[in-house]
Design a protein around this ligand. Sequence first.
Ligand SMILES: Cc1ncc(COP(=O)(O)O)c(C=O)c1O
Length: 383
Amino acid sequence: MRFVYADYNATTPMDPAVADAMQPFLTEWFGNASSLHAAGRRARAALEQARRTILGALGDPTGQLVFTSGGTEADNLALLGAAEARQADGRHVVVSAIEHQAVLQAADVLARRGWQVTRLPVTRDGLVEVEALRRALTSDTTVVSIMHANNEVGALQPIAEVAAVVRAHGAWLHTDAVQSFGKVPVNVKTLGVDLLSLSAHKLCGPKGAGALYARRGVTVMPQHVGGPHEHGWRAGTEAVAACVGMARAVELSASHLPAWEAVRRRRDQLVAGLQQRLPDVVLNGHPALRVANTANLSFLGCEGEPLLIALDLEGVAVSTGAACASGSAEPSHVLLAMGLPEAQVRGSIRFSLGWQTTDDDVQALLERVPRVVTRLRAAAHAD
Ligand SMILES: Cc1ncc(COP(=O)(O)O)c(C=O)c1O
């Protein structure tokens, strides 16, 4: 049976060109980037080149970039590090209610340490309202974190508008661009953000690599201490091969951007096709203000987890939301924050396509998903 992967928001396959770029740094050029000898200098040069490549792609060649182990660590460092760096100015942070757990739980840590945390509600479409944000800001607000694209429903937040409000207030804006980078143009100057998180494995790069961008003038308190690596922002010997691979993935993602229109067409064909073939299929999240690859659908009368498992048996890989949340039967905090009815939350499945997804993949999904959903609905009725 043909395997259909429709879970690209969870992770992506590594591009062979990325693996090629990494290969020498895994074997013959194994030096520690902190070593002063030739092997170390070669690693350092590659690391700094990778940093320049990513800063250039983000549109701020003179900005600052710290390599991390992934998006989670970049988010943690942004929230905890920026809040700590500015604690003399105030101890209030604002996050949206639909952030990834890497941001929400970092905010929880701050709350336990005495910070005030505001979780900003979102509309039923999964969008942050700029006016609500304006009202949430206080004289103590130092850090605001609003993601660029939501991982579960794909909703694209109005970051440039948010940034104007946050900047006028004198706070710093962090955006988690883990799910937007490579899918839509991401330029830190156009967006107007102070801090931005990336993860390599969402863009056909290696797992275990990510980065936090910081505008010049912004600083964060390190959350890993030890050596003076990464300009003192993140101690620990740099994973040079992974950083090189991430930079290559970032370069390649620019060449794939035009392919996202085809992704959008396939995603929309999938949604329309499923809604034609099945009753009671609801699209969650804003229908237009969304990244091109994501469709979060509720199959009313079904439960997400059994549906995911039944689809897996049919060779289809999808998700019930955040990959880290699946396995726990917890309903999605994103869909709950959007105020969706319980049945809609419980029956939701996320389809996320890649530029690698083919028309044949979409056809296979249109054959298998209705079959499985119809079977599960009939079984639920018979109970
Ligand atoms: C929006 C968002 N932020 C952060 C992360 C965490 O990234 P990583 O898996 O690299 O730790 C993810 C991964 O699912 C994500 O979707």
